[in-house]
Design a protein around this ligand. Structure first.
Ligand code: ATP
Ligand code: MG
Length: 711
């Protein structure tokens, strides 16, 4: 074909790009051009006369969406295709149809910590003791239910699980309180839209017609709700095109269901299945290692992948005496490569299993003067000062937001104590009103002292004054909040270093608002700005243009590629993660995670372990990951930096490390691995999934997608 859109593509890639109508499944391994196919296909559809407004492309991170948007823009300038994450897509639909699910359009999106406040309140209201399960664990179980489309009234407790009994009791009240605050949690966004589409055939049909062409990249990571969403928008117009690689499914702990991709051909009729077999990313040496490793997973379909690239260097496996030495050696090697002009900092990436490991590498790079970026973007928005300022804005946008109210009513301090806040809360609950409304009635609440009532009234006056600004540009709104509330003043005269940092962060927030105002000169609203900030992802800050070494978790690395990759701390307890040790399915997911990491590398790959690791404030002996014994060792380069023999077998390795079997590296609680849910995947869940799947497919359909363990 002479069309530039097809130029340089393989025959199978061309076949996928040329597909316009009907269901399409592109099933292929890493680096085979799946994402490239999606963007070229969009451009081709536009060229074939499909309107931009009829196409929607869905991905999982803002970065991936942004990347796709700019590639489509290059191929088809001026196109306005809706390319979005699932969450943003649903957030927008929810604004438009909020009334169908009991929300007002100015609803608030709660992050995990805000949702937890509501959950704690709900636990209190229901007088449920949390001695058997922490609120965090209960929250995860609720999230699991929501990802599997289990509405509160349909939740069935599993008699064998204490936590599921708690969930049954608290989930409805949690949901009620969210709605009372005109708020949703992350999972709600997807679940409510799926529910809306199920309950309103007219709306479903209208949106099905409007979004005639739906494309999903990384389809292997969709969960049941996401599956129901795209499926219900592809009934009359089954032009659903999905791309994915089952071997890269790494979000099982968030409810991702591999069956969505494996059963695609059963779900739709006359599916055009395209397999891409040529890898354009990695050297044969890297591919061989990846292939060997993933071959140990039992629940998979075998794929063949070849590359025409030159063999490249052997993959290296290094053992260091300590994690300190590991970090030093990596930083030194990077520095040498850069100094010799062979590589640039941005060619390198360091991947680890959990964020908490990043510090050692960061420090070593800093000492070598190598620029780096740690990709964990949400953290900025979790800082106290940022959450405080945004809470004022959230309350302006949605005065029913009780979490925002509680956060700022006495921040900075204005003489409104805990007991006053509690009394306002009780009054609000008793009268079925929001805390802001209760505050307006402070003078009539008998239990409040005169002084407290006056302080509350002053706060209400302040809030009303700031609220007059709601239609101004966002930077101005935030500026008014900072000045009128004296929030900024409390840090300005301080000598404390931390306060200076807070001021800097606040400035940074103001510049984000300014940027937003510039980008949205006409249509920018506070509501939209807040939505934008609520839906930031870990990888948002990742910038390929910056000449810096990238440090990120293996999860965040999905979809990316780097010339030179280090995967560090490949040790039992970390990779595979300690929490996966009792479940084969989870162990296989950990193996896929390492597979994802390995297949990011284009030319050089180095895996490493350290005999002793400093982690979370403790020094521990480690055991190398069992995964390392599954690699094609004869094809790799082994180097033990221990001044002792090179390890070649498990026994030798243990001898080198001299570690008794029971001295197992215990990894503590990890914020990165919120994965209790699979242990909940017993019979009650099976039942719930059945119900959910039946809802969309009707009772006659018996797709066995109910067993999350089945591949
Ligand atoms: P992953 O599974 O990791 O998401 P992918 O299948 O989506 O990978 P892409 O990211 O689309 O793969 O492509 C991998 C690399 O190969 C990219 O650098 C892309 O530009 C390049 N590539 C894809 N197809 C071709 C081609 N036909 N010719 C040359 N390079 C290609
Ligand atoms: Mg991709």
């Amino acid at each position: 074909m002479t069309d530039p859109l097809f130029h340089g593509l393989t025959e199978s890639q061309q076949q996928a790009v040329a597909h316009v109508d009907g269901p399409l499944l592109v099933l292929a391994g890493p680096g085979s051009g799946k994402t490239r196919v999606v963007t070229h296909r969009i451009a081709h559809m536009l060229q074939s006369g499909v309107y931009s407004s009829q196409i929607v492309a869905l991905t999982f991170t803002n970065k991936a969406a942004e990347e796709m948007r700019s590639r489509v823009e290059r191929l088809a300038p001026q196109s306005t295709v809706w390319i979005s994450t699932f969450h943003r897509f649903c957030a927008r639909l929810l604004r438009n149809y909020s009334n169908l699910v009991g929300l007002d359009s100015n609803y608030t999106i709660y992050d995990t910590s805000d949702s937890l406040q509501i959950l704690k309140r709900a636990l209190q209201t229901e007088e449920i003791s949390t001695s058997h399960a922490t609120p965090e664990k209960i929250a995860r179980a609720i999230s699991w239910a929501k990802n599997n489309m289990v509405l509160p009234e349909r939740y069935e407790a599993d008699s064998a699980s204490a936590i599921s009994a708690i969930v049954r009791d608290v989930y409805p009240e949690y949901q009620r309180q969210l709605r009372a605050a005109n708020a949703v949690d992350f999972d709600d966004m997807l679940m409510l839209v799926a529910q809306m589409l199920q309950e309103n055939e007219e709306l479903r049909a209208a949106l099905d017609e409007r979004f005639r062409y739906i494309l999903v990249d990384e389809y292997q990571d969709t969960n049941l709700v996401q599956y129901l969403l795209v499926r219900s928008l592809s009934q009359q117009f089954p032009n659903l095109g999905v791309t994915g690689d089952p071997d890269q499914s790494i979000y099982g702990w968030r409810g991702a269901n591999l069956n969505n991709i494996l059963d695609f051909e059963k779900d739709f009729q006359r599916v055009n299945v395209v397999r891409l077999e040529q890898n354009f990313r990695s050297t044969p040496n890297i591919l061989a290692v990846a292939d060997h490793l993933i071959g140990h997973n039992k629940r998979r379909k075998k794929k063949s992948l070849f590359t025409e690239l030159p063999a490249g260097q052997p993959v290296r496996l290094l053992t260091y005496a300590t994690s300190h030495e590991e970090a030093q050696a990596i930083a030194t090697r990077i520095a040498a490569q850069v100094a010799q002009g062979k590589r640039r900092p941005r060619d390198f990436a360091i991947f680890y299993r959990v964020n908490a490991l990043s510090r050692a590498y960061e420090e070593a790079l800093r000492q070598q003067g190598i620029p780096y970026m740690i990709v964990s973007g949400v953290e900025f928005y979790h800082r106290k000062e940022i959450k405080d300022v945004l809470a004022y804005a959230m309350l302006m946008n949605n005065p029913r937001d009780d979490v925002a109210f509680s956060r700022i009513v006495n921040t900075p301090t204005r003489g409104i104590g805990k007991s006053t806040i509690l009394k306002l809360q009780v009054h609000a609950l008793d009268h079925g009103i929001s805390m802001m409304e209760a505050a307006r009635e402070a003078g009539m609440i008998e239990s409040l002292s005169k002084r407290a009532a006056v302080a509350v009234a002053k706060f209400v006056a302040l809030f009303d004054r700031i609220s007059l600004k709601i239609n101004e540009p966002v930077e101005e709104i935030l500026g008014a909040i900072l000045t009128e509330s004296s929030y900024r003043a409390q840090f300005e005269n301080s000598e404390d270093e931390d306060d200076l940092t807070r001021l800097e962060n606040i400035e940074e927030l103001l510049s984000s608002a300014r940027e937003f105002d510039i980008q949205h000169p006409e249509d920018g609203t506070l509501e939209q700005y807040l939505e934008d900030k609520a839906l930031v992802n870990e990888t948002d800050e990742f910038d390929t243009e910056l000449d810096r070494v990238t440090l990120m978790t293996l999860h965040a690395a999905k979809g990316l590629e780097f010339p030179w990759v280090f995967i560090v701390a490949v040790e039992q307890g970390l990779l595979p993660h300690e929490r996966s040790k009792d479940s084969d399915a989870q162990l296989e997911e950990e193996r896929r995670l390492l597979f994802v990491g390995i297949t990011r590398a284009q030319e050089e790959l180095e895996l490493s372990t350290a005999n002793q690791r400093d982690f979370r404030g403790r020094r521990q002996m480690t055991v190398p990951s069992n995964f390392l014994f599954e690699l094609p060792r004869e094809e790799m380069d082994f180097q033990a930096q221990l001044g002792r023999p090179v390890a070649i077998s498990r026994e030798d390795w243990d001898a080198v490390h001299d570690i008794p079997e029971d001295d197992f590296s215990q990894v503590g609680e990890s914020g990165d691995f919120s994965s209790d849910s699979p242990s909940e995947s017993g019979s009650a869940y099976t039942k719930m999934l059945m119900t959910a799947a039946d809802m969309v497919k009707g009772p006659q359909s018996s797709r066995p997608k109910s067993d999350p363990e089945r591949f």
